[in-house]
Structure formats: structure tokens, C-alpha cells
Ligand binder design. Sequence first.
Ligand SMILES: Cc1cc2nc3c(=O)[nH]c(=O)nc-3n(C[C@H](O)[C@H](O)[C@H](O)COP(=O)(O)OP(=O)(O)OC[C@H]3O[C@@H](n4cnc5c(N)ncnc54)[C@H](O)[C@@H]3O)c2cc1C
Length: 549
Amino acid sequence: MIYDVIVIGSGIAGLCAAIKAKEQNLKVALVSKTSPLRSNSSMAAGGINAPFGLLEPDSHDNHIADTIKGGDGLSKESFVKLLCENAKDAVDYLESVGSNFDKFENGKYAQRAFGGAGKKRTCYVGDKTGGAIVQALMKKAKAVGVEFVLDHYLLNLLHENGKISGVSLLRKRDSLVVVYVAKAVVLAGGGYAGIYRSHTTNPQDTSGDLQAAALRAGLRLIDMEMTQFHPTCFVGSGSLISEAIRGEGGYIVDENGERFVDELLPRDKLARAVYNKSLTSKVYIDARHLGEDVLNKKLPTFRKSALSTQGVDPLTEVVQIQPSAHYTMGGIEIDEETSTQIKGLYACGECAANLAHGANRLGGNSLLDAVVFGLLSGEKSAGYAKNAEFNNFDYKNVIRDMQLVNQILDNDTKYNINALKKSLGELLYKRVGLYRDEDGLSRAYDSITYFKGILTGVNCSLKNRDDNFELIAILEYRNALTVAEALTLAALNRKNSIGAHSRTDYPEKPKDSKHSYAEFRSGKIRVGFVGLSKTDRFLSKIAKLIKGS
Ligand SMILES: Cc1cc2nc3c(=O)[nH]c(=O)nc-3n(C[C@H](O)[C@H](O)[C@H](O)COP(=O)(O)OP(=O)(O)OC[C@H]3O[C@@H](n4cnc5c(N)ncnc54)[C@H](O)[C@@H]3O)c2cc1C
């Protein structure tokens, strides 16, 4: 199949990119391993930030300062500005395609408080914001003529002489490796928090496939050690209790019913406070005082999931919580136009390292990132495709993908893929979790090396070629191991504590914040640091002074 632009990933970033590219009269495909309704985007609950200032005076500058403060000194000013200065237009755009945000009686957007924000800045659709946005964008994408290529799994990027040529995909219906050629490709495959299986708010297929494919294609990954833990998740499942509950005034309490922390702290600080308290007491979210009207109208998903998963009614009872891996600030290196180091290849949304978020993303800024940078990726990739020729690629790379798929399908298996994924999740939560140290990280690295060493024995027990879920799970696991290795090595190498990365053996904050990178060199993942420019450091300091942090 031949396209001008191929977008991989049907979350909000991918949908926005595909719509924008298609509006330039090009042939555009939106490829995804699942339905758009199963993306993280469609699970997003609490809302999207935009400084409309409808309840209290607000501005781009306030939003910029809060985002930089939240990022703990690792945000890059140029990315923050792009994100925040386009926020109101982004929400208006979503409204124009039919997202139908909640409104006050005067017809203006309703806005709620979110952690780390000085103002009530988060627009929402009850606690189903992501689902509403995805449905509206899907309709729009279909209306403008984007071709949906669902149930196709990206295996690798095809490129030659520094230019993109297309992608190799696994067609799930018959497990065939197929090649899709394009002048430009946009990667919008989401993050990798799902690799913390059993300790994550993400579905387990959020496995960092595209980050691993980018690494194999010779690209750098940035800030891979920056895993954000969400402070309020259901105990046991790890699934999310939206920040919207705290935004609406919910409390976090210990087993004596005492509040012990400011519920609207940025997530890194709040997650650690919840974790620390949980060492001596159970921790709960208390929403009883919000009343039936707020719970039913503004937070219906929370009430339903508390009832169905925990058997607890938040109207009359407190709900026990724990932190879980939720979002990954790290990802594929991009510039301010979402370009990567391969010409014609772009990345946006959670799979890219959007330097706006620094070492800790603010709640409500991720959906915003997906829209602002998704639209930008669509525009830039289409602009590139209009003037580009199709590029060659070496078919040997496709044959290698076919051989891997055949090997996993045909060879005997010695291991249970579910058990392996769970072990990896437990390992990462324990050793590369909210707190890290040299000993734990080294042990994690050794375990990951062991897991890699036994990969040839990890094959399908079911040999059918139609919709073989085990095959996909194994491919995802292989990518998860690559990403876990980059994450652990970057965490080992960062000998200080900043934002989401907290080293008990190196608690000091770095004087000179730098972004880390991971790349393949001589067949191995190597890590190092990229410097921040002097201007960024200066602006970051000014923003901190203004906010008095
Ligand atoms: C439970 C939950 C609640 C959240 N609530 C909020 C919120 O209220 N506000 C906020 O700002 N953020 C929130 N977030 C974060 C936010 O939802 C995500 O960061 C954002 O939606 C990411 O969008 P995306 O388009 O980049 O990726 P995703 O929505 O994750 O989409 C990735 C897409 O890539 C596809 N894909 C991945 N790998 C492959 C492959 N190998 N081949 C083909 N396709 C592939 C997937 O199938 C999917 O379609 C929440 C996250 C979760 C998990």
C-alpha cells in the first residue's frame, strides 16, 4: 500500500495528525494495533488544560509558569510556550469537531482545579473527557477521508540514507508481514507505563513499541527514566482514580481519617507522600462530602468503578488507594516541529519526548500535548510529503521481520508470556519505581539482561495465524524489554533526584539540569546526557523566581 502520510497510533495525537494531514488533500492512512476506542486517550478522565480564565483571571504566562514549575527544572521553554500558547485554540478546535465540553449556565466552558495548577484551568466532559474527544475526532477523521487501517501492528520503520520509506506491519487477521510505503510517517503510539504491569493505570499493551522501533532505527530516546506515578489508584488493580476527584474537592486521608498532604500538589510529590504514608498506614480517598449530585454528575465513572471493582460506594465510604505508573515523560527525540533525525519521520503525543513536561507532567497537559503537537505533526508531515519523493528501502529488513514472526509462531515455548510480563512489571515497580538506588537498579538491569537472554525460548503455545493474541503479546514483551533496559540504564546513569526520578542514594537536585538520552551503539543501548541551552536555564530560573518556588 502506498500513501503520502502514514500515522501510527489512533489516540488523540494520531487522530489529530491524520485529520490535519488529510485536510491538505493527501492520501493519509491511520494505522493502529487496536480500535481508537481502546487507546489511553479514550480512557482519559479528568480533562485538558487551557487558561480561559473563566472562573478567575488566568493567562498563558500563568500556565507556562505552572508547567515549568511542575517540570522541576527540566522543561524546555520553547516546548512549554508552544504547548501553553496554543491551549485555548486546541480546546476550541476540539469543541468545533463536537467534543461537547461541560459548560456553565452562561454557556462558557466549565473548568476545574488540577494538581500543580495555580488556577482552575482544566476543561472537561464529566470524567470521560478522553472518550468524548476520541469519538468526536474519529467522526471528523472519517468525514475528511482518513483511511483507517486497524488491527495492524507496527513492527519496524523502513528508512534509507536518513530518509523515511515506510513501515513494516503485522496484519493481525492472518499474521502476515506487510509493507506500507509513505513519503512521510508520523509516530503517535503512546507511552510505555504499561510495562509496569499490575502497577499501572495503563493497559498492558502500552508497551513502548514505537520507542523500541525508533531505537532500532537509530534514533535517540530522551529522558527514559522519567516515569510518572499517579498518586490515586485503586489498590489491587492499580487502575486510575482521576485527579478530577481531588479537583472537585476530594481529600486524601490516612486510616485515622486525617488529611496529611495538600491534595493538589504536583504528582511526583503527591505520589511519594501517598507512598511514604502507606508504609505506616492505609491511605484513602475521601469523597463523601462531595455529595451525591457531584458524584453522579461530575464523577460518575469513579463511583461506578469503586462499586464494581472494590464493592465500595464513595458516597458513604472511603476508597483505599496506592500510586501506580501512569505516564512517561520520556520518548522519541523531537524538535519543536515534531521532526526526528530521520527526514520525513515525525513523532507526537506521549510516544515523543515532549520537553514541555520536563521531569513531571502536570495533569491535563497530556491531552493538550496530544492535540497541539498532533495537529503540528499533521501539518509538518503533510508539508514535507507534498515536496518529497518515495524513498527506497532494503527488503532484507522486512525479511528479518518475517523470520522473527515465523520463529515465534513455529518454535516451541518454554515460558508463559503472561507470567513474564507480570514479573517484568513487579521488577520495575520494586526496583525502578517511585524510589531508586544503585543496588536496586543494578539488580533490575541484571534481571532484564536475564529476561533478554531467554527470549529465544519465548514463543507461541497457540500456533494459529488468525488473530493470534499471544504473538502480539510476545512482540510487545520484546519491545517492553528494550524500553525497560533504556529506562533502567538512564535511571542508573542519573545520579541525582529530579521530578519523577528520586534516587535515595543521590537525593540532591542537580545544579545543571540535563536531558538524558539512550541510543543503540555497536548493538548495545548506551546512555548519556544532552545539555540544556543557557537561555532555557535562564528562563527556567526566572519562572521559578516569579512563582517563588
Ligand atoms: C486512565 C488514564 C486517564 C488519563 N487521564 C488524563 C486526563 O484527564 N488528562 C490528561 O491530560 N491526560 C490523561 N491521561 C494521559 C493521556 O490519556 C495520554 O497521555 C494521552 O492520551 C496519550 O495520547 P496519544 O495519542 O499520544 O497515545 P494513546 O492514546 O496511548 O494512543 C496510542 C495509540 O498507538 C497505538 N499503537 C501503539 N503501539 C502500536 C503498534 N506497535 N502498532 C500500531 N499501533 C500501535 C495504540 O493502539 C493506540 O491507538 C490519562 C491516561 C490514562 C491511562
